[in-house]
Design a protein around this ligand. Structure first.
Ligand code: AMP
Length: 429
């Protein structure tokens, strides 16, 4: 028989194994605890949405909608898309569930995979994970500020190293159109020095000129007019209020007048978290205010502000303590007769809150102890024939490799068993 070929994961899709997911868990737990403390509730969203949702919310002419979505026609002819981000889904759910009426100032957080068919590279995947939070129904600067304080606190808790917060205002419908024209005129005056992509951006969405990574374009844009100088009074006031509130809480940030978010529905506050030492993919997260989105999706004129963090990138800069310790004990039945008593013993210890591994029988004690070392167990609980006859298991201190023969009564009640195991653990080197 020929050997079947192994099946590999799809390009840009990857597995997250326990060595990595332990850090993810620590970060997610910290995020959930932080968000809950700030009054946010979790929303669990579907991964598949109608394509129209993203076409309408992200704008037809954005890179994400034009080239990066996983879109297919379902069997009933509906066009559906694996979500490239979650804000649009949060707003859809907010409207669909009636929250927009019953609890217009909703504070929601989410976590889960997103899908974008970008060119895979270090720190960029086609399935990646985000943790995000959204505040709906709030126009006031306090909402932006509180969200940013929460974000800053989370970054501290997960010990994200070298991450800085950059802030800008992208204006609103009152002041941005005039600025966009000024920028377009500036770009047209420098057409010869701009790349082909920038020529297109210039016509469609001049703000996105600032996204260009080409050195010559960046040099030209260094002298471009800045939106911060073109804000209308309400936008200027909003920004000043956000900044004052951040100062009150000691949140440090830098102003970046070239920071624009790629999506059309952002107004006023825009921010990004940038990490040093992550190379080209150095954005750990970003967000901003999107006051036009709810209405664009068919709802009332309700404001919104939110952010999304990239979990892969956050994990790569996080120095949060991760529990790498092995199990407290590993139970080793030496032969078939020991299997059932070993399972019963392990179960009762686990019921008492101890982390316990269990190995199948059929190998020599020496082989089993090698396994115990590999798993970094601190105690081995050996259930051999002799132990079964005595009704007492042998406990081996794996830090010093010494045995306490027949030290653990197999039939003792769970709490008593756990007490003796904990007492053993305390005597370890
Ligand atoms: P965005 O919705 O584009 O602002 O993305 C928010 C965050 O998600 C970014 O700052 C990244 O940390 C992360 N992110 C976005 N796209 C990818 C990707 N293709 N692979 C990994 N992380 C990503």
């Amino acid at each position: 028989m020929t050997k079947a070929a192994a099946i590999r994961a799809v390009k840009g899709f990857r597995d997250v194994l326990p060595d990595e997911s332990r850090r993810w868990q620590a970060i997610e737990n910290a995020a959930v605890a932080t968000f809950v403390r700030y009054g946010f509730g979790e929303i669990r969203l579907p991964i598949l949405e109608r394509t129209e949702l993203f076409a309408r919310s992200l704008g037809e002419s954005t890179d994400v909608v034009e080239k990066e979505m996983y879109t297919f026609v379902d069997r009933d002819e509906t066009s559906v898309t694996l979500r490239p981000e979650a804000t649009a889904s949060v707003v859809r759910a907010y409207l669909e569930s009636g929250l927009a009426q019953s609890d217009p100032t909703a504070q929601l957080f989410y976590r889960g995979p997103m899908f974008r068919r970008e060119r895979p590279q270090k720190g960029r995947y086609r399935q990646f994970y985000q943790i995000g939070a959204e505040v709906l129904g709030r126009e006031d600067a306090l909402a932006d500020a509180e969200l940013l304080v929460m974000l800053a606190r989370l970054l501290e808790t997960v010990q994200a190293r070298g991450v800085r917060l950059e802030l800008n205002s992208v204006g609103d419908a009152a002041c941005r159109p005039a600025y966009t024209e000024t920028l377009r005129a500036f770009g047209r005056a420098h057409l010869a020095q701009l790349c082909g992509d920038c020529h297109r951006r210039l016509e469609r969405n001049p703000l996105r000129l600032f996204d260009c990574k080409v050195e010559t374009c960046r040099a030209v844009l260094a002298d471009a007019p800045m939106i911060l100088d073109a804000l209308c009074d309400p936008c200027r006031t909003h920004l000043a209020q956000v900044r004052a509130l951040l100062d009150v809480c000691g949140v440090t940030y830098g102003m970046n007048p070239r920071l624009v978010r790629g999506l059309d529905y952002y107004v006023r506050t825009a921010f990004e978290l940038v990490a040093e030492g992550l190379g080209a993919q150095n954005a750990v997260g970003g967000g901003g205010r999107y006051d036009g989105l709810v209405a664009a999706l068919g709802g009332p004129a309700v404001a919104g502000v939110g952010f999304a963090l990239g979990l892969e990138r956050l994990a790569s800069v996080s120095e949060v303590a991760v529990d790498e310790a092995g199990p407290a004990a590993i139970v080793l039945p030496l032969d078939a007769g020991g299997v059932a008593p070993a399972l019963r013993l392990a179960t009762r210890l686990r019921d008492e809150g101890l982390t316990v591994n269990l190995e199948p029988s059929g190998r020599s004690l020496k082989a089993l102890l090698r396994v115990a070392d590999r798993r970094r167990a601190r105690l081995a609980i050996i259930v051999g024939e002799d132990e079964l006859q005595q009704g007492r298991a042998t406990v081996r201190d794996l830090t010093r490799h010494v045995d306490r023969r027949h030290a653990l009564a197999l039939d003792a009640p769970g709490p008593e068993l756990a007490r003796s195991v904990r007492a053993f653990l305390e005597t370890l080197a």
